[in-house]
Design a protein around this ligand. Structure first.
Ligand code: SAM
Ligand code: F3S
Length: 446
């Protein structure tokens, strides 16, 4: 059945923040009478929700837009919109490069989506030119709670802050998401309580530097504690933390509340102090390890994951070896690693040459992943035979007939024997039967 407004299709790239933005846009469109469709070809509105953190992510947008050109020629009334960080960063330039785009909307304008779509429709029918709205001054839209909300299982993201005040030399985020704005604590706790009332079991608090959160005299650990004690909430997570703001108080809150998952994502970027300094990260390796050790002393078995980059300008073989040493010593549960990619307007791109050859970046990345995979496998093997609670979220990526979920320490577990429909959204006790590099296999524990 088609709705009077028509259907929409949203394609999202990038981080959890973008995933939550997609959920907000979907909710707004559904409130306006649009219905979702899984095929861009059949949609009346196509939204491409983008990431600009690396050049490759940006290229994905233009590849996708290229494929939509024929579709727009065949059905000119289809509205094509570009949202997210590329929209914010490139603005008008998106339309210059892809003239079939009707709307370019920055992340802080999400609340105006229905209105902008109507404008884009009218304008492109008359003048055939798209509209651009990338203003950064609208806070209501970012902290708007998603209306009735699009439920996706038993987990919910909750944005507590937007933007970033750090100036990491490589990073485009402060330019695309703006300066930090923090949502009032009472509002966050209220929304969390409402979500739990709707049946949500796990909440993940989101922010670019989530642990830099403040509301007057209240710091991040106060917020964590206030959400952790909401009756009915089973799991609380947060991402991404910045090492410079990771306090002993936060570590203590994590240890004190069973609801706060024993997992911390703490991006380190490099194992070399010289590179960290050039990156302007605001912390060194010794500070980083002090925090890790403190947390591990308080919560034995806590899982720590990180982000790393290879090939930052000036990175020597010795610097890279220091990153491998860091992996051996830190024993992360999971690592997200990237080749440095110069981004327009960032300090690194404007003041340094991208002097590590692409082929060497590639070799370093392969070597890094090979080492980490050995470590992840060894860490996972220690869990074989244990019974762990798994929040089942959907079918496994590899085998759609097997149910998959996560442990409190954020490991992916494929539970053979769990029921795909009935058990989804439940926390099931599962006995770990095998360890792999990126996941665990388990059976329901009876
Ligand atoms: N807010 C987070 C933090 O404090 O580190 C990360 C934000 S960023 C969206 C996610 C990851 O992308 C970073 O941790 C970094 O490893 C990687 N990244 C950011 N800029 C990059 C660039 N120019 N080239 C390659 N990787 C990059
Ligand atoms: Fe980017 Fe550094 Fe902020 S990685 S998001 S500028 S903490």
């Amino acid at each position: 059945m088609t709705s009077p407004r028509g259907s929409y299709f949203i394609k999202t790239w990038g981080c959890q923040m973008n995933v939550q933005d997609e959920q907000k846009m979907a909710s707004l469109l559904q409130d306006e009478g649009y219905t979702p469709t899984t095929s861009a070809e059949h949609a009346d509105v196509i939204l491409l929700n983008t990431c600009s953190v690396r050049e490759k992510s940006e290229e994905k947008l233009f590849d996708f837009l290229g494929r939509l050109k024929n579709l727009k020629t065949k059905s000119p009334q289809t509205v094509i919109g570009v949202t997210g960080c590329v929209a914010q960063q490139e603005g008008e330039a998106v339309i210059k490069r892809a003239g079939h785009v009707d709307l370019v909307m920055g992340p802080r304008r999400i609340g105006r989506l229905p209105e902008l779509l109507t404008q884009a429709r009218t304008r492109s029918a008359v003048t055939r030119s798209g509209i651009v709205d990338t203003a950064l001054d609208d806070l209501s839209a970012i902290f708007w709670d998603g209306g009735r909300g699009v439920r996706s299982g038993a987990m919910a993201y909750l944005t507590i802050m937007e933007g970033c005040n750090m100036g990491c030399a490589f990073c485009i985020v402060p330019r695309t998401r703006g300066r930090e704005v923090h949502r009032p604590m009472a509002q966050i706790v209220e929304e969390a309580r409402r979500r739990v009332g709707q049946g949500i079991l796990e909440i993940e608090l989101l922010g670019q530097t989530v642990n830099a959160y403040r509301d007057g005299r209240k710091a991040f650990h106060h917020l964590l504690e206030a959400v952790a004690i909401i009756p009915g909430l089973k799991r609380l997570r947060f991402t991404s933390s910045h090492p410079a703001f990771f306090t002993a108080n936060t570590a203590a809150a994590m240890a004190a509340h069973e609801t706060i998952c024993p997992h911390l994502h703490l991006p380190v970027q490099s194992g070399s102090d010289a590179v960290l300094k050039a990156m302007r990260r605001g912390h060194g390796i010794a500070d980083y390890f002090r925090r890790l050790e403190d947390l591990r002393r308080r919560i034995p078995g806590v899982a720590i994951s990180t982000d790393l980059m290879v090939g930052f300008p000036g990175e020597t073989e010795q610097d890279f070896q220091a990153t491998l040493d860091l992996l051996r010593q830190a024993r992360f549960s999971q690592v997200y690693a990237f080749k440095y990619s110069p981004r327009p307007g960032t300090t690194a791109a404007t003041t340094c040459d991208d002097d590590v050859p692409e082929s060497l970046k590639g070799r370093r990345l392969t070597q890094l992943f090979a080492l980490q995979e050995e470590i992840s496998l060894e860490e996972n093997q220690q869990l074989v035979g244990r019974t762990l609670p798994v929040l089942l979220a959907g079918p496994s990526r590899r085998d759609a007939s097997v149910a998959s979920g996560r442990t409190p320490c954020n490991r992916v577990v494929n539970v053979h024997g769990a029921r795909l429909e009935e058990d989804m959204g439940r926390i099931m006790m599962a006995r770990i039967t095998a360890a792999h590099r990126h996941s665990l296999s388990a059976k329901p524990a009876i």
